[in-house]
Design a protein. Structure first.
Length: 670
């Protein structure tokens, strides 16, 4: 340490504290876009920030892999559901690795230990009388895997969450006594004002869901098989409310490592998208109350990232993927924009041009410029060595005061996950440091040897400011922080205490000018490059014949961005008009039909998942367009000899393709 100065500031935590943070247990998809990565990037930054403060942090993410949607998709692919989700999980983990997400547990709802926990939890709730058997009738949304009452539905019986059509279903079910927890939940909200953030989410829960009586919750299904069996009734599988939500318990040792579980539970915060806040603030705490387990300290319902103020959708062709951005501009540029541009509790709009301009202004002009000019002047005026500061002036005190107190503003903002506010506070210091260069004019001081002591002080102060900046940005811009610290010849990882103290750089240490951290961009040229890279990724995924078509919330069937084909490619396709002679239930899959077709003089069988869209009567006798030279696929023991053609809009409405005029079956589409 510089012996001429006593470092200012106090040491933070002496006793290690524990902190548990989770993202949602995501529905598995191998096409995660910017909106999906938002929450995970935020959680990763919180983990790194709390660790910087001295906390022992456990960070959980994972995938919810059971349910009807997965079963249907796997059936379409002709493989077992577990094989299907295994394949998808590889791509998810690859993306988190590319983003340098430092999670501690990646929990899958298909993990054997978790499945055992789910059965034990269900049994415990049943034994306590919290679960009972009954019959459910309601409107079911397959993409959202949710039942809705008549009053909750949108126009034409559409799902209030995703806007897609629902189907009236009636089935035997086990129910959780959610109705008994309404008053307890309202009392808990009142006594724990910090439980739901932002405040608007709490008002929504109270006014929209707890204002009137709660209905008991269906927690099992008997119309599909892909799930954890009810331990005492194997006709039923345990539904998502108990299965997926209890992943937060399993991931941290519930049922397997009680010491670890007791160390970290209750969770300090569940980060969730606003569309699933009610599951985490009504259903989840009620289940925990029934299990006599402590409730999480906070549930934060963040907003969505839109694209030019429109919801991202593959069918609209406006999906932005993180991989091209990382490849072209680096991890830190993407993370900075996501955390700086948007208020975490509200919706935000991703715009490519805003991204480029933010990168130029904040990262290249402000931070990059400060790093470059500081280390360049050290190299030019002192051969790269850190000088000894001796001559102080008022302007130095102003800089030092801001540098050693900025952490307070960051702490205040991070208490409520206001990433944008925290980063703006740090950038105030960066801009003040750049202004300090202009105020002290080191290039003028260097012209006269009599100013040598003052020049040394200015150079040291700039380097110290840069050191503190490297600490403050380390939870958000990990690689940039490391580059700055390496250039300053700092060999240890930063601690939060360092951001509160001045004078930690050692005079005489050799610095090294790093490569340009953030080069300035030609916005129009880069917009073209990024758009081409994003389109190339979409085309590559389609060329690889990815099987997944979306998460039921914001990734509908891909209908745009496909690579063009030649006339010769089209001529390879044989599409004919077929007569549906009979429609049968699939013998081994509740959600599938088997269509018996007449195509001229030949007979064909096709398996389709349109059972939830059309009745047998609606399909029988209908003439449909069929791709007849598709290689046959076996779907649960029935060979499908072709594929029918249909259109699907953004709301999930499906219409089977046919002809405008009456034509004979066997007619060829040309």
């Amino acid at each position: 340490m510089n012996k001429s100065r006593k470092p200012k500031g106090a040491i933070l935590l002496e006793t290690k504290k524990h902190y548990y943070i989770t993202t949602p247990i995501y529905y598995p998809s191998d096409n995660l876009h910017i909106g999906h990565t938002y929450c995970t990037v935020a959680a990763d930054s919180i983990k790194r920030y709390k660790e910087l403060q001295g906390y022992d942090v456990f960070f959980t993410t994972g995938t919810d892999e059971h349910g009807q949607k997965i079963e249907e998709k796997a059936t379409e692919a002709g493989i077992a559901p577990k094989e299907f989700v295994d394949k998808i999980n590889v791509s998810i983990k690859e993306l988190w690795k590319k983003l340098d997400i430092d999670y501690d547990a990646f929990i899958r709802s298909t993990d054997p230990a978790h499945e055992k926990n789910v059965q034990n939890i269900f049994q415990k709730l049943y034994d306590k009388g919290e679960i009972y058997k009954g019959e459910y009738e309601g409107y079911y949304c397959t993409p959202c895997e949710a039942f809705w009452t008549e009053s909750q539905l949108g126009h034409d019986h559409t799902c209030p969450d995703c806007g897609r059509p629902t189907q009236l279903q009636k089935e035997e079910s086990y129910f959780f006594r959610l109705s008994k927890y309404r008053e307890k939940l309202l009392k808990y909200y009142e006594d724990h004002a910090e439980f739901i953030e932002p405040e608007s989410r709490k008002r929504e829960m109270v006014n929209n869901f707890l204002k009137d009586e709660l209905q008991d919750l269906s927690v099992s299904r008997s119309t599909f098989d892909w799930g954890v069996k009810v331990p005492f009734d194997d006709k039923h599988v345990i539904y998502v409310w108990i299965d997926a939500l209890s992943c937060y318990l399993s991931a941290v040792g519930y049922g397997t490592d009680e010491a670890q579980f007791n160390k970290y539970w209750p969770a300090d915060v569940h980060l969730v998208g606003k569309e699933i806040t009610r599951f985490h603030t009504i259903i989840w705490p009620a289940i925990l109350m029934a299990l006599d387990l402590p409730l999480p300290k906070k549930v934060f319902g963040h907003g969505w990232i839109l694209f030019d103020n429109d919801k991202m959708s593959k069918s609209k062709g406006n999906v932005i993927y993180p991989e091209p951005i990382i490849d072209l501009y680096g991890i830190d540029a993407l993370k900075y924009f996501l955390l700086r541009e948007f208020s975490f509790g509200a919706d935000g709009s991703f715009n490519r041009e805003k991204f480029m301009r933010r990168l130029n202004s904040d990262l290249a002009n402000d931070l990059g410029n400060l790093v470059s000019r500081t280390l360049s002047m050290l190299d030019k005026y002192n051969d790269g060595y850190l000088p000894e500061p001796t001559v102080d002036e008022a302007v130095d005190s102003s800089l030092i005061e801001l540098a050693t107190t900025t952490y307070r503003d960051v702490d205040a903002a991070m208490e409520h996950f206001q990433f944008s506010v925290a980063l703006e506070s740090i950038w105030n210091l960066i801009r003040r440091s750049n202004k300090y260069v202009d105020e002290t004019t080191p290039w003028i001081l260097a012209k006269d040897d009599s100013n040598r002591a003052r020049l040394d002080t200015v150079l040291y102060n700039l380097a110290e400011s840069l050191r503190i900046v490297s600490v403050l940005i380390s939870p958000f811009l990990v690689n940039t922080s490391k580059s700055i610290r390496k250039a300053l010849n700092l060999k240890t990882a930063p601690t939060w205490d360092e951001a509160q103290r001045w004078g930690l750089l050692l005079a005489g240490e050799k610095t090294k000018k790093p490569d340009v951290l953030f080069p300035r961009l030609d916005v129009q040229e880069e917009l073209k490059r990024l758009e081409e890279a994003n389109a190339a990724l979409i085309a590559a995924r389609q060329a690889e014949k990815k099987l997944w078509s979306g998460d039921g919330q914001d990734e509908e069937q891909a209908t745009q961005g496909k690579a063009p084909i030649t006339l010769e490619d089209f001529e390879k396709m044989e599409i004919k008009l077929a007569l549906v002679e009979a429609v049968e239930d699939h013998p081994n899959a509740d959600r599938l039909y088997v269509l018996r077709l007449k195509i001229g003089d030949t007979k064909r069988t096709i398996v389709t998942n349109l059972k939830s869209k059309y009745s047998k009567e609606q399909l029988t006798g209908k003439k449909i367009l069929v791709l007849t030279n598709l290689q046959p696929h076996n779907f649960r023991g029935v060979e499908s000899q072709g594929m029918l053609l249909a259109a699907e809009d953004d709301n999930g409405k499906i219409s089977i393709a046919s002809t405008l005029e009456e034509m004979a079956d066997g007619s060829v589409v040309c």
